[in-house]
Design a protein around this ligand. Structure first.
Ligand SMILES: N[C@@H](CCC(=O)N[C@@H](CS)C(=O)NCC(=O)O)C(=O)O
Length: 213
């Protein structure tokens, strides 16, 4: 039975798990959670994810929500992918970045996503300049940390592509649309150019068009 992946492909957290599945070769059956129609608030969806948010997976009755946990689950299904190192210290270096993504990077990126993409999609008015400025400050603070690492090595957690790149990189799927303020971040730009050249990234981007868009 194919693993069921409930997602809204245009959104970065859904992009993350779709990209991870494509990158390491996880077969899935896509179930669209159309956030523009409020699918996430339907009672049958709440039974899968009580947070009423996407994504969630159902693997033969095993339910898992939180995009970073789903990426870890995929990695455990394909240990040969090498995206989660076996050595505990190397592995925690990857896990650390996934926590960082959830706590700091996602929060900064989400401000631009909401102000510049979601508000337009739902006709909720212009971006709020106070919120955009808060986003600029959070993005600058977190971006500096990421950029300095990416000036030292090729990928987020070292010179190998890992789950940390899938986690932190997925937020970049709306970098242009949401106008992330990153002109000074040469390390992030170089890394992001590399991500965009991956066939797994391009396959996922092709799914991003909003329903009816
Ligand atoms: N921390 C969660 C965040 C999930 C999340 O907020 N998903 C958004 C889309 S990117 C959502 O479903 N929003 C719908 C809503 O808030 O009604 C994860 O990484 O899976």
């Amino acid at each position: 039975m194919a693993l069921k992946l409930y997602a809204f492909p245009p959104s970065p957290r859904s992009f993350k798990v779709l990209w991870a599945a494509h990158h390491i070769g996880i077969d899935y059956e896509l179930h669209l959670v159309d956030l523009t129609k409020g699918d996430q608030r339907k009672p049958e969806y709440a039974a899968l994810n009580p947070n009423a948010r996407a994504p969630v997976i159902d693997d033969g009755g095993y339910l898992l929500w939180e995009s970073n946990a789903i990426v870890e689950y995929f990695a455990s299904l394909k240990p040969q992918s090498g995206i989660l190192p076996q050595d505990p210290r190397a592995r925690l270096n990857v896990t650390k970045w996934m926590y960082w993504e959830s706590a700091h990077w996602d929060s900064a990126c989400a401000i631009f996503a909401f102000q510049r993409v979601v508000k337009r999609l739902f006709a909720m008015g212009d971006p709020d300049p106070v919120e955009v400025e808060r986003g600029n400050q959070l993005f600058e603070r977190a971006g500096k940390v990421l950029d300095s690492e990416l000036q030292k090595h090729r990928y987020v957690a070292g010179n190998e592509f890992t789950a940390a790149d899938l986690s932190v990189g997925a937020d970049m799927c709306i970098a242009e649309m949401a106008q992330f303020p990153m002109p000074s971040f040469a390390g992030i730009r170089r890394w992001y150019d590399g991500l965009q050249s991956l066939s797994s990234w391009r396959k996922t981007v092709a799914m991003q068009r909003p329903p009816g868009g």
